[in-house]
Design a protein around this ligand. Structure first.
Ligand code: NDP
Length: 318
């Protein structure tokens, strides 16, 4: 594993991190969840990313990871970076979502209980809240650190302007913002196009990109139709309608470019994300240990020639 410095902080993050958004809910196979985390750890993936609402049901991914912590990782706490977040709907009533101090700090306490941890390494505001003063949301994050419940803080899904404002407020409070977590992949490039990457670089924050494989669209998963055990069959965050003939054709052409590089499409996608200078870590998801193994091999060939980058852009524009 390669470890990259996170912005201007002292923290190194693995170039590939594992997220527990999918496949770690209450109904998912316990042995598979455990096997994925253990394989990731052995491959040097020391960062596991969670949020209060990951499941289903919400909260159950944190409980799953808590169980794995107790059973397998308890002796390794100091080798792990564990993150959680609050921002999306978690419980009913006016205090169960968005960015108030009330919600964020109550949610962090609940996350720690589910995880069975005294602290998380990174606690995030999961989304920008246009109706709460940014000072209040950032004040809650600062408090999380000062109370010893988080070592670092981050923001996720923030627009470029709010990234800069958040960094300024937190710097004045004395708790620098470690990291921004936006979505980024070859098909969804908002942080590159709308200034999110530049804003994070300008203020010395790291960036960890989520859904780097576009939930599986940028892998070989759908080249021959929709496999019965794939995310698209769940019709949740990835709709089966997204697997259009045009999308499949483009994936086939990208796959051919990856083959020329001696890589799987997932590996080329990860390498492509990591060559952006703002990107500290690629936050992948997986449904089985072999996918994690495949993704980590991206690091064996992570550089691109100009001709390869141009060929990728040409296929993306087609
Ligand atoms: P990806 O884009 O990496 O998609 C993961 C899916 O791609 C897997 O479930 C699997 O699909 C497929 N896949 C992974 N590796 C391979 C491989 N080597 N070959 C073939 N297929 C592969 O990421 P996610 O969308 O899962 O997001 C990753 C993490 O990002 C989340 O767990 C979460 O931590 C974070 N996140 C944060 C958000 C935020 O708002 N901050 C929002 C969304 C995610 P299949 O299941 O079909 O096998």
């Amino acid at each position: 594993m390669k470890y990259n410095r996170c912005g201007k902080s002292g923290l190194l993050l693995p170039a590939i991190s594992l997220g527990l958004w999918h496949n770690f809910g209450a109904g998912d196979d316990a042995e598979n969840k455990r096997a994925m985390c253990r394989r990731a750890f052995d491959l040097g993936i020391r960062h596991f990313d969670l949020a209060n609402n990951y499941g289903p049901p919400p909260g159950s991914a944190e409980m799953s990871f808590g169980e794995i912590m107790r059973g397998d990782f308890v002796a390794h706490r100091d080798e792990l970076i564990i993150s959680s977040k609050a921002g999306y709907h978690m419980w009913d009533g006016p205090y169960g979502e968005w960015g108030s101090r009330k919600y964020l700090l109550a949610s962090l306490d609940q996350s720690l209980k589910r995880l069975g941890l005294a602290y998380v390494d990174i606690f995030y505001s999961h989304r920008f809240d246009p109706n709460t003063p940014l000072e209040e949301t950032m004040g809650a994050l600062d408090h999380a650190v000062r109370s010893g419940k988080a070592l670092y803080i981050g923001i996720s899904n923030y627009p470029a302007k709010a990234i800069k404002q958040a960094a300024k407020i937190l710097k004045e409070m004395g708790t620098p913002c470690l990291i921004h977590q936006p979505r980024f992949n070859m098909l969804q490039r908002e942080p590159e196009l709308e200034g999110g990457f530049d804003a994070a670089l300008a203020v010395g924050m790291g960036t960890i990109v989520f859904s780097p494989l576009a939930q599986g669209l940028l892998t070989d998963r759908y080249l021959k139709g929709i496999p019965p055990d794939s995310r698209a069959t769940e019709n949740g965050s990835l709709k089966s309608e997204a697997i259009t003939p045009k999308m499949v054709e483009r994936s086939k052409r990208l796959n051919a470019l990856a083959e020329k590089r001696g890589q799987s499409l997932a590996q080329m996608s990860i390498a492509w994300n990591l060559q952006h200078k703002a990107v500290t870590s690629c936050l992948i998801g997986a449904s089985r240990p072999s996918q994690i193994e495949d993704c980590v091999k991206a690091l064996d060939h992570a550089s691109f020639s100009n001709a390869e980058l141009k060929a990728i852009e040409k296929e993306l524009a087609a």
